[in-house]
Each structure stands twice: as C-alpha cells, then as structure tokens.
Design a protein around this ligand. Structure first.
Ligand code: FE2
Length: 322
C-alpha cells in the first residue's frame, strides 16, 4: 500500500492484466525506489500490455489502483472468473494471478464476517478451484511465487500458504480429493487470529511476553470456532489445531511430537514457515528464497518435519529459485 497526499494506492499484479480489457479504473505505475505514482492507463482506455512492457523496460516498477477504485477493479476481475477458469487461450500465469487475487479478496471479505459456516463454505469453493488448477496444470512453482502478493495481510498469507501446501502435496502424489481438503484446512489455518485483540495481531513493534502468549491461542481459538461446523472433517480441522506443533515437542497447543502430529499439519507448517519468511512483515522485509531455505534447513527435525522440508526445498532447487 502507498499513501501520497492523503490518497492511498493498492498494489495490483501485472500478470492479472489482460490486453484490451476495460476495467474502467486508473492504473498507476511507480518505480520501486520512487514513491510518486504516474498515470499509466486511464479509466477511459483499454489495457495495453505493450505500453506496460515498454514501461517495464525502463526499470523495476509496481502497478497500483487508487483505494477508491479498488473495489471496482475487483468487480472487473470477478466478472471474468469463468474465463480465468476455462479460457486456455489466456496464459496460465494470467489465469492463476487473477484467480489468486480474486480468492484473496473474497477470503478477506469472508474473514470480516467471522461466521464459521460462511468461512468453511467459501474456503471449500476456493479450494476446489485452487486444487484442480494445480492438479490439472502443474504450473511452475516459480510462477506461483511470482504471481502471489507478499504482504502481511491474513487473507494474503492464507491463500499463499494454501497454494504452497497444495503444490507440495500434489508433488508428493496426494489425490485430488485430499488436495481439496488440504487447501480448505490451510486456507482456514489462522482463522483463530480473528478472535484475538487486533491491536496485538496488527502490532508493528516487537511483541512482549503477554502478547506472544495471546498469539499462541489462535490455533485453539480457530479450532473452537470451526468445531461448530458439522461438515468439516477431522483431517481438515487438525491442520487448524496442530499447525504450530513442532516435531521436537516444543510447539503448541499440546506439545505433541513427530508422528503424533497430523501429517497435513506438519505439511502446513513447512508451507506456513516458508511463506512467512518470504513475505514482508511490519518489522522486516521479506527474505530471499535462498535465506528462507537456510532457515528451513536449520529448523528441519526441530520445528519442522524433515521429509516435508526436503521435499519443499527439492521443488525450489529443481527450478533454481533463489
Ligand atoms: Fe498460525
């Protein structure tokens, strides 16, 4: 997010733009080390990818829409939902970028409701799309990392972790029916955060002892919230309950060790840790993939399951992602 002269700009993903589409919003560009957005495509013009490409050749930049037109931009994306799902003439990266962006926005809106049935219903329908896209198209992991946002919002984190966990599970040969459930549980893994004092959750400075303890309640609170929904399976809800257990028994809420922890919760923990390390946080900038890999290796067999760590690092290294 960028605020200039009391006007707020929300970042958008260049891969979500389709040539000739008319979102009818102003699209701004801003060089990465400059904070003055310039109007690139006006709301009366169609998207012109050549124009965007030629701007890109001048250096690294970010694209934005203003906060007051962001909802209209999301509506434009949602109106093309079917096309992103079905139209194989569109680049896969464009389809994925749009589907992830729409999913992130819908999940963010659903989180606000805090209604368990609503949360599960939306997570289930997004999971079906996410799991089948990954299962059917097997996109490069590099593309997934490229198209996802990497900010500190709960919905962003949840969609990203669900993407990574589903990708990892798919690579390990889990059937589509499991991928659907894994994606559902992972999309909801941190819903307990919604039940906490948001002044603590959104605090930008270092947490004190009391605040850290409060945050650790989120896995139980999420579990309790979702227990009220009859059709959530035990496997799915164990992701929510156990994703902060550690294989060395020093995790929470119940200090289980290795095989006592549900395998999907152990898988989620690897994706969760990687996502958190490679996304911006209020206290720090995101780490490179190389630095994140070093931390995962350090945590292997301590907080994280070594088999899932090795599998995840193997996927990153296979594509030489650094
Ligand atoms: Fe968590």
């Amino acid at each position: 997010m960028l605020t200039i002269n009391n006007q707020t700009f929300i970042p958008i993903n260049v891969f979500s733009l389709i040539d000739d589409a008319r979102p009818e919003v102003n699209i701004y560009a801003c060089a990465k080390n400059d904070h003055r957005p310039i109007l690139l495509i006006s709301e009366t013009e169609a998207i012109d990818l050549d124009k965007i490409d030629s701007f890109e050749s001048e250096g690294v930049y970010n694209l934005y829409v203003s906060n007051d037109q962001f909802e209209q931009f999301q509506e434009h994306l949602r109106s093309n939902w079917e096309r992103f799902l079905e139209d194989e003439t569109l680049p896969l990266k464009t389809r994925l970028a749009n589907i992830m962006e729409i999913s992130r926005d819908l999940l963010a809106k659903t989180f606000v409701t805090k209604q368990p049935e609503n949360l599960v219903r939306v997570a289930r329908s997004l999971s079906r799309v996410l799991a089948s896209l990954i299962n059917r198209n097997q996109p490069p992991l590099r593309d997934l990392i490229d198209i996802l946002r990497h900010d500190d919002q709960l919905a962003t984190h949840s969609v990203n972790v669900a993407c990574y966990a589903t990708f990892l599970a798919e690579s390990l040969g889990y059937p589509l029916s499991d991928l659907n459930k894994i994606a559902t549980g992972v999309l909801l893994h941190d819903v307990g955060m919604l039940e906490l004092d948001q002044n603590i959750v959104k605090k930008t400075r270092k947490l004190d002892e009391f605040e850290r303890k409060e945050i650790t309640k989120h896995s139980i609170l999420g579990f309790q919230l979702l227990c009220k929904v009859a059709d959530l399976s035990r496997d799915e809800i164990m992701i929510v309950y156990q994703h902060h257990e550690r294989v060395d028994g020093k995790g929470y809420p119940t200090s289980l060790v290795h095989s006592e922890i549900h395998p999907w919760a152990r898988l989620c923990a690897v994706a969760d840790t990687f996502e958190a390390l490679t996304s911006d946080r209020p206290q720090r900038q995101r780490l490179s993939v190389t630095s994140a890999i070093a931390i995962l290796q350090r945590e292997s067999d301590k907080s994280l399951d070594p088999a899932f760590v090795d599998a995840w690092i193997g996927l990153l290294e296979a594509e030489k992602i650094t």
